[in-house]
Design a protein around this ligand. Structure first.
Ligand SMILES: CC(C)(COP(=O)(O)OP(=O)(O)OC[C@H]1O[C@@H](n2cnc3c(N)ncnc32)[C@H](O)[C@@H]1OP(=O)(O)O)[C@@H](O)C(=O)NCCC(=O)NCCS
Length: 136
């Protein structure tokens, strides 16, 4: 029988941010051989939603994608490093900033490739907007 003292520790996760790392495969490329914009947007939506869920402590839906700028192409074989953070909270909605870096894994170099702001709404089981609780 395992005693409590040998149980792995439970660590607190970040409350209002999220990080992700992905690789770009051939299926993710456009005709120019660089990452398809919709692929990058879906990764941004995923990372941003995780930051929003952590912040709202419940389900969220994407309400708006705004001000997405593609600064640099992301190349085949690059890693895609995403950083998402809640930057503003309303009654039921949140604005989440997402920065996407293209990374050469072998050298560890990262460059800001895409950035954007997403709006998420915290929803109840019926999909209706629900108030976001107080933050610590
Ligand atoms: C997002 C959604 C829940 C909003 O429902 P609604 O009844 O229109 O909500 P309300 O008008 O009461 O607004 C609720 C909040 O959302 C914000 N909001 C709603 N639509 C928005 C939009 N397009 N852009 C920015 N904020 C928006 C409002 O400003 C409000 O914020 P606040 O409570 O912080 O002041 C609803 O439109 C919806 O379900 N949309 C589809 C979501 C979806 O399918 N996403 C893709 C897959 S996850």
């Amino acid at each position: 029988m395992t005693s409590d003292s040998s149980a792995p520790p439970t660590l607190p996760a970040p409350r209002s941010s999220a990080r992700m790392l992905e690789l770009v495969f051939p299926k993710d490329l456009n005709g120019h051989g660089t990452a398809f914009g919709g692929f990058v947007l879906s990764l941004m939506d995923k990372a941003a939603s995780m930051a929003a869920i952590r912040h709202a402590k419940g389900s969220v839906v994407t309400a708006r994608m705004e001000a997405v700028d593609f600064h640099l192409p992301i190349r085949r074989g690059d890693a895609v490093a995403l950083e998402a953070e809640v930057i503003h909270t309303g009654r039921t909605s949140m604005r989440v900033k997402v920065d996407v870096y293209r990374e050469t894994l072998a050298t560890g170099e990262q460059q800001l490739a895409t950035s954007g702001v997403f709006v998420f709404v915290h929803v109840d089981e019926e999909g209706r907007p629900a108030r976001i609780g107080p933050q610590p």
